[in-house]
Design a binder for this molecule. Structure first.
Ligand code: NI
Length: 136
């Protein structure tokens, strides 16, 4: 019996979507307001879902305190109130689109989980725009 448990989290972060080899005009054309050279912020909402067997001793798939601590340490502490382009190493040469941020979050959390557990990450950049990634 495989069950999915989820935890919501939140962080605020600034970013700029751009390719440095493109002009500001070309970046504006492709990335719109998200290419503002002076950066801008989003209130990111994150849903981390873990699927696995219910442990017969605890009744848990994963202790949500454990999941909460993983999200805090791996995502909230390094991302919250940061400029993703400048202050978060993973985006030094990676455009911080919602897609890429979701993949980075997945890759940071997955190694922290028991290998028998599946992970899915859903990241909202706005209330209406969101991305889901659950590995390849
Ligand atoms: Ni943006």
């Amino acid at each position: 019996m495989r069950v999915t448990v989820s935890r919501k989290a939140h962080f605020n972060a600034a970013h700029r979507l751009f390719r440095k080899e493109w002009t500001d005009a070309k970046n504006l054309e492709v990335f719109g307001k998200c290419s503002n050279p002076n950066y801008h912020g989003h209130n990111y909402e994150l849903i981390v879902s873990v699927t696995g067997e219910i442990d017969s001793d605890t009744g848990f798939v994963i202790d949500l305190k454990t999941l909460k601590n993983i999200i805090k340490r791996e995502i909230e502490d390094p991302f919250d109130h940061k400029n993703l382009n400048i202050e978060v190493l993973e985006f030094k040469n990676l455009n911080p689109t919602t897609e890429n941020i979701a993949v980075v979050i997945y890759n940071k959390i997955k190694p922290q989980l028991k290998s028998s557990l599946e992970l899915e990450v859903t990241l909202y950049e706005t209330a209406r725009n969101f991305v889901t990634y659950s590995g390849d």
